[in-house]
Design a protein around this ligand. Structure first.
Ligand code: ZN
Length: 323
């Protein structure tokens, strides 16, 4: 026996089916926005496909295996987190060109710390999206960890570039690492503030992370001053860094503005969803947070390409010309 499907584009509200032994198998229920608890209500442009409070980690992890409105958020970060670090460790040990003027194992570790930061960030993010339906308390704690993961990613990304680019400028190298450390600490403290997780402060939170990311422009300005525009661009693989910035910022802005789901939103009772082909179209696939997740992956890839460029420039230009 199969009950009526209630929710377009998602799992059935309650789907019961008899298997060969006659036992009834139940697919967990999904809910509309107005049916979930207030603490779960965050983005009213996403109308359906919600997992209601489970109060059980087992049920949360079960949600990995059926489709709901957090599925893409979970898997876009869970799957890459399983292989990114291994891929990077393999690359630096077997594929990375080792020049005659190789400076030692710290160079490989610089790549690996970036890989580790990406992995930690993605793993925390996917875990958060998986367990956020557990309870209000777990959702709050998970959200803080999620943002802390972003702080780790930004900090390690910025430091990795500076370590290569300013190898021959110890003062600037240490100065920027200190600046990033202060900014990372500020972001972490603000992230831990409970007010920061509320809807009211969401744009401010996004803005703060954008500013932290944009602080990466400071070393570029210093490099232009020290070496001139063209050399600074080459030294830092600035093209890739610019693409990285565009990826992260566009993802964060779309998320803050709830685009594209706000464009298909119809301000009516959810029960009329079945008659409105556009409303709720992005509930399961394509809403802003999923785009943000993908843009984070694109940004991390651009950073990797930039880091490789910086490494090559260090060995081909900076070290041969060092007195
Ligand atoms: Zn997320």
């Amino acid at each position: 026996m199969t009950s009526t499907l209630r929710q377009r584009g998602s799992c059935a509200d309650v789907t019961e089916s008899e298997n060969e032994g006659g036992a009834i198998k139940t697919t967990p229920s999904l809910y509309y926005y107005h049916e979930i608890d207030e603490w779960q209500q965050d983005n009213h442009f996403i109308r359906s496909g919600y997992v209601k409070e489970t109060s059980s980690f087992r049920e949360c992890f079960n949600s990995l295996f059926y489709l709901h409105n957090e599925s893409i958020n979970i898997h876009t970060h869970l799957l890459p987190s399983l292989f990114v670090l291994l891929l990077i460790i393999y690359y630096v040990n077997y594929e990375l060109p080792i020049y005659d003027n190789y400076l030692g194992v710290w160079e490989k570790l610089n790549f690996i710390q970036f890989g580790l930061a990406v992995t930690v960030c993605l793993l925390i993010s996917s875990t958060y999206h998986c367990v956020k339906s557990h309870s209000h308390r777990i959702s709050i704690v998970g959200n803080k960890f999620d943002y802390f993961g972003i702080v780790i990613l930004i900090t390690c990304s910025l430091n990795s570039i500076v370590l290569f680019c300013f190898y021959d400028e110890p003062f600037w190298k240490l100065a920027f690492i200190a600046v990033f450390f202060v900014l990372a600490t500020t972001c972490t403290i603000l992230t831990l503030d409970p007010r920061f997780a509320t809807n009211t402060y969401r744009p401010l939170r996004s803005l703060m992370f954008i500013l932290f990311g944009l602080s990466g422009v400071l070393p570029l300005i210093a490099a232009v001053k020290l070496y001139g525009y063209s050399a600074a661009v080459e030294r830092s693989s600035a093209g890739w860094l610019a693409l990285e910035g565009v990826s992260y910022i566009s993802g964060a802005v779309l998320y803050a503005m709830r685009v594209p789901e706000r464009f298909t939103h119809v301000e009516e009772d959810e029960t009329s969803l079945l008659d409105k082909p556009l409303s709720g179209r992005f509930d399961i696939f394509g809403h802003s947070h999923q785009i943000f997740h993908v843009m984070v992956l694109v940004g991390a890839f651009c950073h990797w390409m930039s880091l490789l460029g910086c490494y090559d420039y260090l060995h081909k230009v900076i070290l041969p010309n060092a007195v």
